[in-house]
Design a protein around this ligand. Structure first.
Ligand code: ADP
Ligand code: NI
Length: 221
């Protein structure tokens, strides 16, 4: 078994290389923010920092959104990589289990996490989906898929299955109602709930302004 610091260092280099310059908000800097936030939440929640950091680093390798909807690609890639690094079997199982369970799957689909390490990585990933950065990432992703910003005639859908959620192709504003505004109440840890509260408020302000400007109803005079 290799030294833990060495495994972390090699994993960081592997992920950084693979996600560099990605244009939909799933780039290396997303992973880096999730890693830093997850480690911060881990301290408060008492999660193991090694498993937390590995899972944060590997959480978006081979994400279903970029692998034809294949949910098993991510955990498989994490497992293969950690095996190649010589990580111990318990760590490989734990990290790939977290990667498998992490993703948001629709408004009506529960996404339980079995460990504190999983809980803080999921919270960190979800915190990066909301607030100012969340707004920026969402429009970047929508643009990458050729989605309109907004369509007043297209109502948001509260998806009750992962397949339905994955198939949705609505305008980007709908994603706020289908996911982003629901995340505050789905945080696992108290620290994440605190941070989410503030980011949530900012998104609501943004949406209020967006709709006022859309309607031409924002004349400050
Ligand atoms: P998850 O694994 O929970 O889906 P990710 O870290 O992969 O989380 O990032 C998902 C992010 O990608 C969303 O928060 C959003 O910014 C963007 N995204 C995903 N689906 C859509 C969509 N239909 N419209 C706009 N943005 C989207
Ligand atoms: Ni992510």
């Amino acid at each position: 078994m290799r030294d833990r610091d060495e495994i972390l260092r090699r994993t960081e280099a592997f992920v950084r290389e693979g996600m560099h310059g990605e244009g939909t908000g799933h780039d290396w800097w997303h992973v880096d923010r999730v890693r830093r936030m997850a480690l911060r939440l881990a301290r408060e929640a008492g999660a193991d920092p090694y498993v937390t950091e590995l899972a944060a680093l590997l959480h978006d390798v081979a994400d279903h959104k970029f692998h034809g909807g294949d949910e098993s690609a991510g955990p498989r890639a994490a497992r293969a990589w950690l095996g190649e690094c010589g990580a111990d079997a318990a760590t490989v199982d734990h990290v790939s289990g977290i990667v498998a369970a992490l993703s948001y799957k629709g408004a009506g689909v529960p996404t339980p996490m079995a460990s504190t390490e999983g809980a803080v990585v999921q919270d960190a990933d979800r915190l990066d989906a909301i607030g100012a950065i969340g707004i920026a990432r969402t429009f970047a992703y929508g643009g990458s898929r050729g989605r309109p910003l907004h369509d007043p005639g297209a109502a948001p859908e509260l998806h009750d299955s992962f397949d339905r959620y994955k198939a949705s192709a609505g305008p980007t504003i709908n994603h706020f109602h289908e996911k982003l505004l629901l995340l505050r109440d789905r945080m696992n840890t108290p620290a994440a709930r605190r941070i989410a509260e503030d980011r949530h408020r900012f998104m609501q302000e943004f949406l209020d302004r967006f709709h006022r400007e859309w309607d031409g109803a924002d004349d400050p005079a």
